[in-house]
Each structure stands twice: as C-alpha cells, then as structure tokens.
Design a protein around this ligand. Structure first.
Ligand SMILES: [Zn+2]
Length: 139
C-alpha cells in the first residue's frame, strides 16, 4: 500500500507536532509533565491528572499487535485500490495503544502478539506513521 493518493488525516493544534515529527521520520508521543503518563491520541489535557503541562517525547517505534483485521471492502472510493489492507491496534512499548495500518508485503500475516515496528508512509500532503512486521525490511 503506497498510500500516496490517500487523504491525509486532519491536523489540529494538539496534533500538529505529531505530524511535523512524522515528516522528520520520528514517532512522537505526548508525555504529561505532571504525572509522567505517555499518551496517544494527542490532546490538550492529561486524561489521568488533567494537567495541561505537556512535553513531546520520541517513541522507540516498537510495539505488539493487540488486535488485527483485514479490510477487503473499501469504505470509500479513496481506498478502493488499496484493498485488501490491514488495520490493527498496536500497543507501543511506551504504553499507548494506536489504531494504525500494518503495511508491507507480509502485512496480512500479522497476528495478535506480533512484534511490529513503525514505518512512515509518504502521501501527497504529508507523512503517516504506520507499522510493519518487525524484522522485515519491506517498506
Ligand atoms: Zn498527568
């Protein structure tokens, strides 16, 4: 799945640093400066202690598959030529759980518990962090 002609997710004030880091090939997470919780999705307040003191930290890019499915019927025209593609919940080593795609030629072999690593999908208007089965060198 090259993804170059897929729409980009919309960026907002809370998530702009996430998308900027992706353009630089980095996966970043918010960390609460008050209680230390690392979180995803980006948001203004810590969901645990409600602090608005936030810093951005780089994630190691490794995680494991919590749940996975293969989409065989496109939800919209933009995805029509992308099916089948793999959607997964990935638990990052830092703790947060991300909804993402598993990409690469062996993506459909992804299973619950599978180690995965971040990869960066270049689209027309930006870059989207995605994941691939760890240990491969497929883009
Ligand atoms: Zn907090």
């Amino acid at each position: 799945m090259s993804g170059s002609d897929l729409p980009m997710p919309a960026s907002n004030a809370d998530s702009a640093p996430y998308w900027q880091a992706a353009r630089e090939g980095k996966l970043v997470l918010q960390q609460c400066a008050a209680c230390g919780l690392k979180r995803f999705l980006p948001r203004h307040l810590c969901p645990t202690c409600w602090s608005d003191q936030t810093q951005w930290v780089e994630a190691c890019g490794r995680g494991t598959v919590h749940a996975v499915t293969t989409v065989r019927r496109a939800p919209s025209q933009a995805f029509r030529e992308k099916v089948p593609y793999v959607v997964a919940l990935v638990d990052l080593e830092e703790g947060p759980r991300m909804l993402t795609n598993i990409v690469g030629p062996n993506a459909e072999q992804a299973r619950i518990g599978q180690p995965v690593e971040v990869t960066f999908e270049v689209r027309e208007n930006g870059v989207v962090p995605q994941f691939r089965i760890a240990g491969g060198n497929a883009k």
